[in-house]
Design a protein around this ligand. Structure first.
Ligand SMILES: C[S@@+](CC[C@H](N)C(=O)[O-])C[C@H]1O[C@@H](n2cnc3c(N)ncnc32)[C@H](O)[C@@H]1O
Length: 306
C-alpha cells in the first residue's frame, strides 16, 4: 500500500535517540514511514509531521490515524520557526530531515519528477510556487539555463543539452517529461551514457532543485532547527546528493567547531552542537540490495550542547 520504504530506519531511530514522552518533528513526512517508527518508539510522546505536498500528506494521515499524538502541518519546512511558534513549542527533542522525494513522487505523481512517466513538466511540490519546470526550460536565457543545470545537476554535458533545448524551443514549447528526456538523449552521444544512470537524471534533478528552492530551504532550516533543539536534543539529516550533503556537513561543522566553509573562524558559534557522525552513515549492503532509495543516502547527526 505504501510505496516508500524508510531509509536507514534503525540508524535513524538510534541517532534521534527516540525516547518515550518526548517531542519530535519529522520535517519531511512523505508517506509517514519514519514517522510511524518514531511514534511506535516515542509512545506517549508527540510528533509534528511537516510535509509540503498535500497529496502525499493525506497518505501519511491515513497511515498514522491510529496514533492520537500527531499534528500534521501542510507547509514547507523552511517555515519551521513559525510553525513551532504557532504550536507554542519552545524546544523539541529531535528533528528529522529525510530530504528529496518519495518513491510515490516518481511512481505515482503526475507532476513530472520522473522521465519514465509521460506527464507535464511541473515539478512543484507545492502548488503555491509560481515557477514550473516548463517555465524554466522554455523561458530562461541560454546562459542562465547553463548556469542552473551546471550548478544544481553538476551535469558535464550541460552545454550540448541546453543548446538542444534552445534550438527545439524555437519551433515548439517543451511541454512533457518525455519530450525533454528525448532531447537530452539526443544531446549526449550514446558512447558516453553511463550504465547506472540515465543521461536525463542530472538535468531533471537540477530543475526540481530550482523549482522547489531546495538548497535555500535546507540552508535556512538547519539554523532554525538547531536553535529549536532542547539541550541533548538531536537532529538527523539524510541527504541524497552531494549538494545537499555539502550544506549539511558545512552547517554541522560550523555549529560544532565554529569554522565555516571558507575556513573562517566563528568562536561565538563553536560547540553549540556535538557532531555524532564524523563521517556520513550509509546503508549497509542488505538494505542497499533491498531498498534502492537507500543507495545514495548519507545520514549525518548532531546533538545540542547541554
Ligand atoms: C524522502 S521523502 C520522505 C520519506 C519518509 N521519511 C518516509 O519514510 O516515508 C521526502 C519528503 O519530503 C518532502 N519535502 C521535500 N522538501 C520539503 C520541504 N521543503 N518542506 C516540506 N516537505 C518537503 C517531499 O515532498 C517528500 O514527501
Amino acid at each position: 500500500m505504501f510505496l516508500h520504504k524508510p531509509v536507514m530506519p534503525a540508524e535513524t531511530l538510534s541517532y534521534l535517540a527516540v525516547a518515550p514522552g518526548q517531542v519530535y518533528i519529522d520535517c519531511t513526512t512523505g508517506e509517514g514511514g519514519h514517522s510511524e517508527l518514531i511514534l511506535k518508539q516515542a509512545r506517549i510522546g508527540r510528533l509534528i509531521c511537516i510535509e509540503q505536498d498535500d497529496e502525499i500528506l493525506q497518505k501519511a494521515k491515513e497511515r498514522l490515524r491510529s496514533f492520537g499524538n500527531v499534528i500534521f502541518i501542510h507547509d514547507n519546512f523552511q517555515n519551521l520557526r513559525q510553525i513551532a511558534e504557532r504550536l507554542k513549542l519552545e524546544q523539541v527533542h529531535g528533528i528529522l530531515f529525510d530530504l528529496g522525494l518519495s518513491v510515490f513522487h516518481y511512481k505515482k505523481s503526475d507532476k513530472g519528477f520522473s522521465f519514465e512517466r509521460d506527464s507535464g513538466l511541473d515539478m512543484r511540490l507545492n502548488e503555491k510556487l509560481r515557477t514550473r519546470a516548463s517555465d524554466i526550460v522554455n523561458r530562461y536565457h541560454e546562459q542562465d539555463l547553463i548556469k542552473l543545470i551546471w550548478a544544481y545537476g553538476e551535469e558535464r554535458w550541460t552545454k550540448p543539452i541546453v543548446h538542444r533545448i534552445c534550438e527545439y524551443r524555437k519551433q515548439k514549447k517543451i511541454e512533457t517529461t518525455v519530450e525533454l528526456k528525448e532531447l537530452i538523449e539526443r544531446a549526449v552521444p550514446r558512447k558516453f551514457w553511463k550504465r547506472w544512470i540515465h543521461p536525463a537524471t542530472q538535468t531533471f534533478q537540477a530543475l526540481r532543485i530550482a523549482v522547489n528552492n531546495e538548497l535555500y530551504n535546507l540552508e535556512k532550516v538547519l539554523d532554525d532547527g538547531i536553535s529549536l533543539l532542547a539541550p541533548g536534543g538531536r537532529m538527523v539529516v539524510i541527504s541524497y546528493h552531494s549538494l545537499e550533503d555539502r550544506i549539511v556537513k558545512n552547517k554541522f561543522r560550523l555549529y560544532s567547531r565554529g569554522i565555516d566553509e571558507k575556513g573562517q573562524e566563528h568562536p561565538e558559534i563553536r560547540e553549540r552542537v556535538r557532531l555524532l557522525t564524523k563521517k556520513p552513515v550509509i546503508a549497509g549492503p542488505k538494505e542497499s540490495g533491498e531498498n534502492p532509495s537507500s543507495r545514495s543516502g548519507k545520514l549525518r547527526a548532531v546533538e545540542k550542547a547541554g
